[in-house]
Write a protein that binds this ligand. Structure first.
Ligand SMILES: NC(=O)C1=CN([C@@H]2O[C@H](COP(=O)(O)OP(=O)(O)OC[C@H]3O[C@@H](n4cnc5c(N)ncnc54)[C@H](OP(=O)(O)O)[C@@H]3O)[C@@H](O)[C@H]2O)C=CC1
Ligand SMILES: CC(=O)N[C@@H](CCC(=O)OP(=O)(O)O)C(=O)O
Length: 341
């Protein structure tokens, strides 16, 4: 067994990591780190972990003794923790947006934060297995993708890679549950603001746009601008990204592209018939379900991609990446069936 630490222990992504790692065959979660709850009992703070965790929250120094460190801290905080850990032999998996983008200026513009050290940014391997599995193997510092970015990229990747849509015609409509905003209180997410309400937010300014453009652009081999509008939905978990583009092929060619890309993927499931995916199809699991529709009448490609933001969008994908980094079966610890209804 390798020893694992989770940093940002009181947050939602960390709690999801704890849930997964309790059943991981090759990783033992020895250390849960919290700056706000250091020394306090984990189960007292989170009674759903009663009898499951009998230890207390630790401080950052305890992380260095672990083989794998999952950073589930906010952007701007996570990358500042890495230099002190770099001397250890630990593998580091960062769930924040700090190391996802190749270019510092782009990070500064979209995240509104001071960019992390350039060398660190270049050392980090972006971890979206369906797109760059080979470069994840053996990575020491891994940057976990954004939740909207995961659904957005996976939904359009086969079509973009095979150049089956006209460049520059992609529009995306993203919807998320409130747990995407984390556990902290905010005016945006409190009950009476979200219940029985849908709101569009961060118009023209969502931080996942450059991440989506970077990876779809690499797949296409040309600059691939996208428009993404995100919406907050009155639900706890789940992301749906509906993407549209102008079709440049037949429906059959399109279906073949999705089959080629995903038929052997352990967590990405595609459909070319039947009902479009819904967020409940993946709730509590690490699947990404994608529905593909080619409307030859209007020349439109439409895909619907759904994930659980805390699983394939965060903790599940982080563990999938960790499994690849360590050459373990990719589904280790992640074989939960989606919870339905
Ligand atoms: N929620 C989601 O769906 C997704 C989240 N992510 C990313 O994962 C990371 C964790 O997200 P999530 O768990 O949702 O966020 P939360 O706000 O729920 O938790 C973040 C935790 O980070 C710790 N922390 C450390 N330093 C600070 C600081 N200076 N200010 C505030 N908190 C701090 C806190 O834990 P403590 O006090 O215990 O140390 C806090 O609980 C973020 O980078 C987020 O962007 C990525 C994809 C999806
Ligand atoms: C509802 C809500 O606010 N969701 C977040 C989800 C993004 C996320 O968690 O990813 P990062 O790691 O890039 O922050 C958002 O739209 O920014």
């Amino acid at each position: 067994m390798k020893k694992a630490a989770v940093v940002g222990g009181t947050g939602y992504a960390a709690l999801e990591l704890i849930r997964i790692l309790e059943n991981h065959p090759f990783l033992e979660l020895t250390t849960v780190i919290s700056q706000s709850e250091e020394g306090n009992d984990i189960a007292e703070r989170y009674p759903h972990l009663h009898t499951i965790r009998t230890d207390s929250f630790k401080n950052m120094e305890a992380a260095a003794a672990c083989d794998v460190i999952f950073l589930a801290a906010p952007a701007g905080v996570a990358s500042k923790l890495i230099p002190a850990l770099s001397a250890s032999k630990s593998q580091i998996i960062d769930l924040s947006g700090d190391l996802r983008l190749e270019d510092s200026e782009t990070y500064e513009k979209w995240y509104g934060l001071e960019p992390p050290d350039k060398a660190m940014q270049q050392q980090a391997v972006y971890g979206l297995p369906e797109v760059n599995r080979e470069s994840i193997r053996g990575a020491k510092l891994l940057s976990n993708p954004g939740c909207f970015a995961t659904a957005a990229i996976l939904g359009m990747y086969p079509a973009v890679k095979q150049q089956l849509i006209e460049p520059g015609t992609i529009m995306m409509d993203g919807k998320t549950g409130v747990s995407g905003a984390g556990r902290k209180m905010s005016m945006m997410t409190h009950f009476s603001e979200t219940n029985e309400n849908i709101k569009a937010y961060r118009t023209g300014a969502h931080q996942h746009v450059p991440e989506i453009e970077e990876h779809l652009g690499k797949a296409a081999g040309i600059k691939t601008p996208v428009y993404l509008q995100t919406h907050l939905m009155p639900m706890t978990r789940g992301i749906m990204v509906t993407s549209y583009g102008r079709l440049a092929c037949s429906a059959t060619e399109l279906q073949d592209a999705y089959k080629t890309a995903y038929e052997h993927e352990p967590f990405t499931r595609y459909r070319i018939s039947g009902p479009m995916p819904q967020t409940k199809d993946v709730y509590g699991s690490s699947y990404c379900d994608i529905g593909v529709f080619a409307d030859e009448r209007s020349g439109t490609l439409m895909t619907v991609a759904v994930i659980d933001n805390l699983m394939k969008g965060a903790a599940g994908q982080a563990v999938q990446n960790c499994n690849i980094m360590n050459d373990w079966p990719e589904h280790s610890g992640l074989q939960m069936v989606p919870q339905y209804p």
